[in-house]
Design a protein around this ligand. Structure first.
Ligand SMILES: *Cc1c(COP(=O)(O)O)cnc(C)c1O
Length: 353
């Protein structure tokens, strides 16, 4: 098999989805599986759907187009505000998009009319994290303008916290979203079918609250894929954290001095963490670099330490392990390392058996 490769255990992804769906569905909350960290992998999307996700969300329309081409029949949602230059693709490949801009809404409506269809809109509300969202005071007005667009259907409201500023999705924030839903419904004389309360960071709230209010959907990526929750990056009880591993191949294995010698200036990517120790170490180089993943997000096997990474070389101290050229070493990944590995053209994917 080729290296580097990202090994995916689809069974773990299905099991994680099933675990979360089983806990959220009694609360009236459905799960949209978010595939963006896997670059919209159709296999991952299918695993999420077989675990009970009701649809798939991705932030790139290109990924949704690939999923649609791969015969994923469940509803696809574009979870980033569409680019004005991509409204036609958005209408073609997503049934719903998350929106905040009236200019984009008008263009989406025109695109939908051109394609003889109707496009669903979820308006994102700014509740303090300061990434995407319409100000609370402007939501009703924007909802009314969506109602007037002949190519659009107002599907609902949503919010996204804990992404840009780390604002916690707590009961107060979720109650605020529920209240806004009622205001919009009263002003627009309609019922909103989607109230999309947030991402994996919402699980702590959702699984402990006695009142979900009007919230009926979560968009879940990290929790399903890595079994962790993004606010503290801690594993979530009951979820598997081993769905992905990144395998790299050793291209040099030598005993080398622990410390470099000569005058020391900057390395290729700024200052490397200082090497320590005396004497010699068992050092190995893997054919894996910053073009392939995020070195800070890799967890090596026990007894192995990452010493540094440049574009194409990962240098490790293998300790007492007996490592030779051609051997493979497998790492666990965090979200950042997973995103980079999934999008690197040099990293292949393989299914764990
Ligand atoms: C990435 C993203 C999600 C999924 O977030 P996770 O923390 O991976 O669950 C949900 N909603 C939006 C808008 C996103 O951009």
């Amino acid at each position: 098999m080729t290296a580097p490769r990202l090994c995916i255990d689809l069974g773990a992804i299905t099991a994680n989805t099933r675990f979360l769906v089983d806990r959220l569905s009694p609360l009236g909350i459905s799960v949209t599986g978010v595939s963006k960290a896997t670059c919209g992998s159709p296999l991952v999307a299918a695993a999420m759907l077989s675990g009970g996700a009701t649809g798939i969300g991705d932030s790139r329309i290109e990924n949704l187009a690939r999923l649609r081409g791969d015969a994923i029949a469940s509803p696809l949602t574009l979870i980033r505000s569409p680019m004005l230059s991509q409204v036609d693709q958005t209408v073609r490949d997503a049934v719903i998009s998350l929106n905040t801009e009236s200019l984009v809404l008008e263009a989406l409506s025109n695109a939908a009319i051109r394609q003889h269809t109707s496009h669903g809109v979820v308006l994102m509300v700014e509740l303090g994290d300061l990434r995407e969202g319409v100000a609370v005071d402007d939501v009703v007005d924007l909802a009314l303008t969506v109602m007037k667009q002949p190519g659009l259907t107002l599907a609902g409201l949503g919010t996204n916290l804990a992404c840009h500023s780390g604002v916690v999705p707590d009961q107060r924030k979720m109650d605020e979203l529920s209240r806004l839903v009622e205001s919009v419904e009263a002003a627009c004389r309609t019922t909103l079918s989607v109230v999309s309360g947030g991402n994996s960071a919402n699980l702590e709230w959702a699984l402990s609250t006695s009142d979900v209010g009007r919230n009926n959907e979560l968009r879940l990526g990290e929790s399903i894929l890595l079994g962790t929750q993004p606010m503290h990056r801690r594993p979530i009880d009951g979820l598997r954290t081993d769905a992905f591993t990144l395998v790299a191949e050793v291209i040099e294995a030598k005993r080398k001095p622990a410390m470099p010698w000569g005058q020391i200036a900057q390395a290729s990517f700024g200052h490397q963490p200082p090497r320590r120790g005396t004497g010699t170490i068992n050092q190995a180089i893997l054919a894996l670099g910053r073009q392939d993943t995020d070195p800070d997000g890799l967890t090596p096997p026990p007894g192995i330490t990452v010493l540094g990474m440049s574009s194409d070389h990962l240098v490790i101290d293998v300790g007492d392990h007996n490592v030779s050229v051609g051997d493979e070493i497998a790492f666990q990944l965090d979200y950042s390392a997973l995103v980079r590995a999934s999008t690197s053209p040099f990293v292949s994917t393989a299914l764990a058996s």
